[in-house]
Write a protein that binds this ligand. Structure first.
Ligand code: AMP
Ligand code: GLY
Length: 425
């Protein structure tokens, strides 16, 4: 089988590595891929959002199955383009991807179907939004651009002036373009965050092992928000009791709500949850695997990934048993100095081991090959994942591997999984 994966990050590298384990997969293609993915797949040119280019490649290379991985192409209908041309494709339709593409849509969906989430209001008028915040006078308050915003559309304002600045930037200066035409202003939830990724074909839903992202740039959750600096899986706060409650009150109701809205969701649905004092609540949905969550969770998957993705596409997930390896995993992101702000690229990367060690994976997120040399090409450069019998062994092994790798100004958090470790001891 020939498979095309659309995307260029660590998540896509983790998907590709997993697909490669299936002996029926003869050739993998990535559009556009990156310097490390090039070792595992043939990298093809084109922007991930270019459905026409994806279809052109699919036809030219005789692709049997496609995986559309990132949010942007999904929201813009790249999976629909491929599917309607007869290419079996994993990834939700644009209609279903609205669950991530519009925060107003997803909040209204939760409200209409009684799915627990933060209280909120929607505004398309900056003055009305500002006056609601002044009247509310409760901080922190969370302000979210409606549309996709490169993962930067959520602002947690600590006081009135931060909230006013956020509204100014999003709604008036339009720093996220039309994504800021509407905003959601919502209640700040307190508690522990959990990510649950779930395969669903719109009838059956199968959650993967839970995880915990670390979003802030620096140790002790300090510094600016990033795309994610490290992950542990499973998330020790996510007990079987909480999982059962989430299935009954959040996961199944979400799938049913999407069906009732005429937007059946088939793909990987990402539940960003807050375990609050009054039960689990949805912080956000994403229409895809999380990144870096996928880099910690997919290595724990024992069942063949392609078999699952095909079952989702063919709406026969009920026939599949999805198994996971026991133990735990830890993924540490190695980032460029300055990320999530500006950073240098093109810096040579050294210390990557050539031989594969059992349970240790180095996923490439922002790398490129320049005259045969592997160099940095993004803010998040590599994801080092290790498996362990337990969380502390996984953490130790991931950091041991990370310490061997070097590029100028490289930085990474030293405390991934530490809070969870403290909780258990
Ligand atoms: P993003 O992944 O950019 O959408 O950022 C979402 C992050 O903002 C979440 O992972 C939370 O840490 C935080 N967040 C979003 N909404 C809320 C909320 N209502 N209460 C508390 N934290 C929130
Ligand atoms: N790690 C968060 C996300 O994928 O959106």
């Amino acid at each position: 089988m020939k498979i095309l994966v659309i995307g260029s990050g660590g998540r896509e590298h983790a998907i590709i590595k997993k697909l490669k384990e299936n002996p029926a997969v003869t050739q993998l293609y990535a559009m556009p891929g990156n310097g490390g993915i090039a070792y595992d797949a043939l990298c093809l040119g084109g922007s991930p959002t270019d459905g026409k280019a994806a279809l052109g490649h699919a036809k030219a290379y005789g692709i049997d199955f496609a995986v559309v991985s990132p949010d942007d192409p999904l929201v813009r209908g790249v999976a629909d383009t491929l599917r309607s041309a007869g290419i079996p494709t994993f990834g939700p339709s644009a209609q279903a991807a609205a669950i991530e593409g519009s925060k107003v849509f997803s909040k209204n969906l939760m409200k209409a179907y009684g799915i627990p989430t933060a209280e909120y209001d929607v505004f398309d008028n900056p003055a009305a939004a500002a006056s609601c915040i002044e009247k509310g006078n409760r901080y922190p308050v969370v302000i979210k651009a409606d549309g996709l915003a490169l993962g930067k559309g959520v602002i947690i304002a600590q006081n009135l002036s931060e909230a006013q600045d956020a509204l100014q930037h999003i709604m008036e200066d339009k720093i996220f373009g039309p994504s800021g035409n509407r905003v959601v202003v919502e209640e700040f939830l307190e508690g522990v965050e959990v990510t649950v990724l779930a395969f669903t074909d719109s009838k059956t839903i199968i959650p993967l092992v839970s995880s915990m992202d670390h979003k802030r740039a620096f140790d002790n959750d300090e510094g600016p928000n990033t795309g994610g600096m490290g992950v542990i899986a499973p998330n020790p706060w996510y007990t079987p009791e909480i999982a059962a409650e989430c299935m009954a009150r959040i996961f199944r109701p979400t799938i049913e709500a999407m069906n009732r809205e005429g937007r059946p969701f088939k793909g990987c649905l990402y539940f960003g949850l807050m375990l609050t004092g009054s039960g689990p609540k949805v912080i956000e949905y994403n229409c895809r695997f999380g990144d870096p969550e996928a880099q910690a969770v997919l290595p724990l998957l024992e069942t063949d990934l392609l078999t699952i993705l095909q079952a989702v596409e063919e709406t026969r997930l009920d026939k599949i048993t999805v198994r996971f390896r026991g133990g735990a995993s830890c993924c540490v992101i190695l980032a460029s100095g300055g990320y999530p702000g500006s950073y240098q690229t093109g810096l040579p990367i050294t210390g990557l081991s050539q031989e594969q060690q059992d349970g240790v994976y180095v996923f490439h997120a922002g790398t490129a090959l320049k005259e045969g040399v592997l160099v940095t090409a993004g803010g998040r450069v590599l994801g080092v994942t290790a498996w362990g019998d337990d969380l502390s062994q996984a953490i130790r092994r991931a950091y041991k591997e990370a310490a061997k790798i070097h590029f100028e100004d490289m930085y990474y958090r030293r405390d991934i999984g530490q809070k969870a470790g403290n909780m258990r001891s």
